[in-house]
Design a protein around this ligand. Structure first.
Ligand SMILES: NC(=O)c1ccc[n+]([C@@H]2O[C@H](COP(=O)([O-])OP(=O)(O)OC[C@H]3O[C@@H](n4cnc5c(N)ncnc54)[C@H](OP(=O)(O)O)[C@@H]3O)[C@@H](O)[C@H]2O)c1
Length: 251
């Protein structure tokens, strides 16, 4: 029995992580803003699987709230063995047209919060000699597609380095790079995804199953599904004109 801390478990990919890890018997710490949803998920998972679930209501764009989550991560009474840095969102609008205060909050949510939580996790886990971190990034990290993809590229890069650097201390760090997944993400970001073909959509539960399997295999970078493995390889080695065409449509 281990304990996992998941940010953003009230919807989408984070919710799939919470259900998958609860089904494996892990105790959970669930972090998000929506207290009602957190309490409902906590009650459901603890009743169904007999696990201990702690809820931390926190807006991860708020440094004080991030500190409270860091305290839960650093607990010696209830040590956390797995951190899933998953919470995220997209702004409605291209960088350069959005309000810069909103971009600051995006940077806080997608970079600053995972950085702080990863820092605390590495410190406590390396002290203990074991622990794992999953950083939920995106295949958008492999193509210039605006501020969101830049934030995810940062997360992939740091995760890969940390996995190499802290391996001898017993700490594993894996970057998870999903393609399009049916969640609340696109609606919340007011994105028109009507043109995205059906074959490009992944199912959240399957994605999480593949991600946990990749973590168990010791992978540093997890890109679930064959189609996105191929697409992300193409995007990493694509000729400049093709990269430019994709970049023009991204935000
Ligand atoms: N869906 C996709 O196609 C896709 C593709 C690639 C990568 N991703 C990444 O996958 C991760 C999860 O996204 P999703 O698709 O599952 O999105 P989602 O369905 O919209 O869920 C987002 C989760 O993040 C939490 N969250 C959002 N803002 C927060 C804040 N300021 N503080 C604390 N929690 C916050 C939300 O909870 P509350 O509202 O309760 O706070 C919710 O639980 C994100 O990092 C996203 O960038 C998604």
């Amino acid at each position: 029995m281990t304990r996992a801390l998941i940010t953003g478990p009230t919807a989408g990919i984070g919710h799939s992580f919470a259900r998958a890890l609860a089904a494996q018997g892990h105790d959970l710490v669930l972090v998000a803003r929506d207290e009602q949803r957190l309490e409902a998920i906590s009650a459901e998972l603890s009743a169904e699987h007999g696990i201990d679930v702690e809820v931390v209501v926190a807006d991860l764009t708020d440094p004080e709230a991030v500190s409270r989550v860091e305290n839960a991560l650093a607990s010696t009474a209830k040590p956390v063995d797995l951190l899933v840095n998953n919470a995220g969102a997209s702004l409605a609008g291209w960088f350069g047209t959005t309000d810069i205060a909103d971009e600051d909050r995006q940077l806080d949510l997608l970079v600053r919060a995972p950085m702080h939580l990863m820092d605390t996790a590495i410190k406590v886990m390396s002290g203990r000699g074991h622990g794992q971190v999953i950083n939920v990034a995106s295949v958008a990290a492999f193509t210039p597609r605006g501020a969101y993809s830049a934030h995810k590229a940062w997360l992939v890069n740091l995760s890969q380095w940390a996995d190499i650097h802290y391996a001898d201390a017993g700490v594993r760090v894996m970057a998870l790079c999903p393609g399009f997944v049916r969640t609340e993400f696109h609606q919340r970001g007011e994105m028109d995804v009507s043109g995205v073909p059906r074959w490009m959509w992944l199912k959240s539960d399957r994605l999480v199953r593949d991600a946990l399997s990749d973590l168990a295999k010791g992978k540093r970078l997890s890109i679930p599904s064959k189609r996105y493995k191929v697409l992300s390889t193409i995007s990493r080695y694509a000729p400049a004109p093709l990269v430019a065409r994709v970049a023009k449509r991204g935000r």
